[in-house]
Design a protein around this ligand. Structure first.
Ligand code: C2E
Ligand code: CA
Ligand code: CA
Length: 341
């Protein structure tokens, strides 16, 4: 049931109780009906997530006989309990097939044609529903599972790229997010080499996205891994550029190929002067250092046009596409989509 036009969550609970009352009055046998509610946008912004979370709330309403109407937000236990529970469930998520990759395409600003994509990890928890990577990647980093998770992401993304290449879908390059913990590992370069070899892709078709914090960490084994993989032909990109403390001189010592301007700058780019100035400065400086620039979080055509004028090389964002499931991405690639300014 879809309800709109209510003032408070309390109103909607009352409404649900009223509906339960009506059902019971109308039926001769006791059915013991229950209601689970998820509120837009707190519990999610798409119908799949909202429905899933309403189901979670419904299960909670059945578990706890005290209240027959449950909100998803209340059905989740306290944040600390959740964190604890998620951290312990994460270990089982991979073997249970709860982890998936979605892929967000990017285009060359010059041609508007797909130049590659980024693999983004998703967790479909059997109880909590979809959990965002911003929530569980830090947990994986804390409890050490990031290595296992990161390896899985890397191998899956490389295999998927090869599969699409073999299908003749011209997927371009594959970008994989790598956490600082992974790169600092002594066997990181060897793991990447193995993922490339096992999948049969070329090193040039793989880009590793590192955050600024990984780049500025003055860590010998990180620098060594990057150097070794660069020599092999793997590309490196600095993610969320502009939000942390990385400078272009930090990048000079590392064999980095591109920077990815953080989406927070794009949000205000056309409207607010200040962000536009930062974006321009990054593009100019990057060019001077021989780095190419990718803009993420591009949501409208004005931003796209402005970025093209400024000489930004690649564009990614909702204007082109949201991250897509594997089959959706195949359809997207097959459509030969071109972004026109
Ligand atoms: P990120 O690398 O900056 O990824 C881009 C995020 O921006 C994605 O969120 C994507 O869905 C979102 N996004 C893309 N286009 C737009 C747009 O036009 N507008 C807006 N508002 N947002 C847009 P997501 O998938 O939730 O990922 C969040 C972060 O989680 C990523 O940020 C990345 O740092 C991390 N992450 C994701 N997958 C992995 C992974 O496999 N390994 C590691 N270590 N981190 C990952
Ligand atoms: Ca990224
Ligand atoms: Ca980013």
């Amino acid at each position: 049931m879809l309800l709109g036009d209510f003032e408070t969550a309390q109103n909607i609970s009352e409404m649900a109780n009223k509906i339960l009352g009506e059902i019971e009055d109308a039926l001769p046998t006791p059915l013991n009906p229950r209601v689970g509610i998820s509120l837009y946008p707190d519990a999610g912004t798409d119908i799949t997530v909202l429905t899933h979370r309403a189901t979670i709330a419904l299960t909670a309403a059945h578990d706890k006989s005290s209240s027959r109407v449950r909100m998803w937000s209340d059905a989740r236990s306290s944040p600390t309990d959740n964190t604890y529970r998620l951290a312990s469930d994460l270990g089982r998520a991979l073997p249970h097939g709860e982890i998936e990759l979605h892929y967000q395409p990017k285009v060359s600003a010059a041609t508007g044609h797909v130049s590659g994509m980024e693999a983004l990890v998703r967790w479909y928890h059997p109880w909590f529903g979809r959990i965002e990577p911003d929530e569980f990647v830090p947990l994986a980093e804390q409890n050490g599972l990031i290595n296992q998770l990161g390896d899985w992401v890397l191998f899956t993304a490389c295999r998927q790229l090869r599969y699409w290449q073999d299908e003749g879908l011209a997927p371009g390059t594959m970008a994989v997010n790598v956490s600082a913990h992974q790169v600092a590992r002594l066997d990181f370069a060897e793991t990447v080499r193995r993922a490339i070899r096992d999948s049969g892709i070329t090193p040039e078709s793989l880009t590793l996205e590192l955050t600024e914090s990984a780049v500025i960490r003055d860590d010998a084994s990180t620098a060594e891994s990057i150097k070794e993989l660069c020599a092999l032909g793997v590309r490196f990109s600095v993610d969320d550029f502009g939000t942390g403390h990385a400078t272009f001189s930090n990048l000079r010592n590392l064999a980095v190929d591109s920077v990815k301007i953080d989406r927070s700058f794009l949000a205000g780019m056309v409207l607010h002067g200040q962000d536009a100035v930062i974006v321009e400065a990054i593009i100019v400086m990057a060019d001077r250092h021989g780095l190419s620039v990718i803009a993420e979080g591009v949501e409208n055509i004005d931003q796209y046009q402005r970025l093209r004028e400024l000489g930004c090389a690649e564009i990614q964002g909702f204007l082109l596409s949201t991250p897509l499931a594997e089959d959706e991405m195949a359809t997207f690639l097959a459509s030969g989509h071109q972004l026109t300014a």
